[in-house]
Design a protein around this ligand. Structure first.
Ligand code: FES
Ligand SMILES: [Fe+2]
Length: 358
């Protein structure tokens, strides 16, 4: 049976990095989270390292997130077996010896800035060089301010959330007050697409406009005209910037651009199950860092926009398994970019499962 929106059966792209948690969520208390269908327990050791282990005790299947961390090991709440951060059993209180086969799976994790990345696939293939370039989006990078939200659990599959972020033609209908209106951009034909191994990026260049007071408040160095480039991009399979803006000081014709600043709306999509998704988000910028009201406004605005999308996507999810068939659906011209993203994810997932089989 095919798993919408893919034509084939369900499979996650496992050999990839996903945001498992924000750094701030993981401390010495265990945090349980289902990721790509697997129960995981996160905790932080006394040296500050993050452990990510399979979250179910292999003795009688108790959830380890209900246990506690003792001397850097997670102790099961049922009969007290303890496991260190490599997954090795270090203690069975009712007997002197620990069974060597009683182990937890240890997931590769990398903590970088505000993100704890987890690799749910083959641990031997985990490679820090494959981490999505979070610095370019200002996540934890020097000179940027980031305001974080989530994770929110969304009752919709990750792929429809991802495609929605690349779909401009829904904006006037789903976001008429928050994003829509006469100035919303509706002509996808002006967009440039950059399709590389690490990222897929769509850039829309806005025409130069006279600098007004609201622009000058944010960019005191702006000249008489400013122009913006809007970005929607996918890094890896799970990190999206939608919509990022690069603002330039320029002349009336848009010439001699000088960079003023960047702002990004960052979305991290980590499947929980085939039909539910952990949704991490952040608003980042590298200008007007001290204007707290701007952060408050951006975070509230972003949350409002996300709620509008989530409400619709969750309503769509309710009937997808009964009605949707990617092989029969009709695609509008405006869906072209989202379809490119779908094909890209499909290719990655296919290549990924071949790797696992070798
Ligand atoms: S279920 Fe964990 S020790 Fe028994
Ligand atoms: Fe939307």
């Amino acid at each position: 049976m095919s798993h919408y929106p893919f034509a084939g059966p369900h499979r996650f792209a496992r050999n990839q990095w996903y945001i498992g948690a924000w750094s701030a969520e993981v401390g010495p208390e265990p945090l349980g989270r289902t990721i790509l269908g697997e129960d995981v327990v996160f905790y932080r050791t006394s040296s500050g390292d993050v452990a990510a282990l399979s979250g179910i005790c292999p003795h009688r299947w108790a959830p380890l997130a209900k246990g506690r961390v003792v001397e850097d090991a997670i102790q099961c709440p049922y009969h007290g077996a303890a496991f260190d951060r490599s997954g090795r059993c270090t203690l069975v209180p009712s007997q002197p010896r620990t069974p060597p086969t009683l182990r937890l799976r240890a997931y590769p994790v990398i903590e970088r800035g505000p993100c704890i990345w987890i690799w749910p696939g083959d641990a031997d293939l985990a490679d820090a060089l494959l981490l999505p370039d979070q610095d370019s989006l200002g996540l934890g990078a020097a000179g940027w301010r980031a305001d974080y939200g989530g994770p929110v659990l969304v009752n919709a599959r990750a792929q429809i959330i991802l495609e929605n972020l690349f779909d401009q033609s829904h904006i006037n209908f789903v976001h008429p007050q928050t994003l829509g209106g006469p100035e919303s951009r509706s002509d996808p034909h002006q967009d440039e697409v950059f399709d590389t191994r690490d990222r897929f990026c769509v850039v829309h260049r806005m025409a130069a406009r006279a600098t007004d007071d609201s622009v000058r408040a944010l960019f005191p160095d702006a000249g008489d005209y400013v122009a913006a480039h809007l970005h929607v991009e996918l890094l890896g399979v799970s990190l999206i910037d939608a919509v990022g803006s690069r603002t330039f000081s320029t002349d009336a014709a848009g010439g001699a651009p000088r960079a003023l600043g960047c702002m990004n709306f960052v979305h991290g999509l980590t499947p929980q199950t085939p039909t539910t998704t952990h949704y991490f988000n952040a608003v980042t910028r590298n200008f007007a860092l001290d204007i707290a009201e701007l952060s408050t406004f951006l975070v509230e605005h972003n949350a409002k926009v996300m709620r509008e999308d989530i409400a619709l996507l969750e309503a769509i999810e309710l009937s997808l398994d009964r009605v949707a068939d990617a092989r029969k659906e009709v695609t509008f011209a405006a869906d072209a970019v989202a379809m490119q993203v779908r094909r890209r994810i499909e290719r990655i997932a296919a290549a990924d499962s071949r790797v696992v089989l070798i």
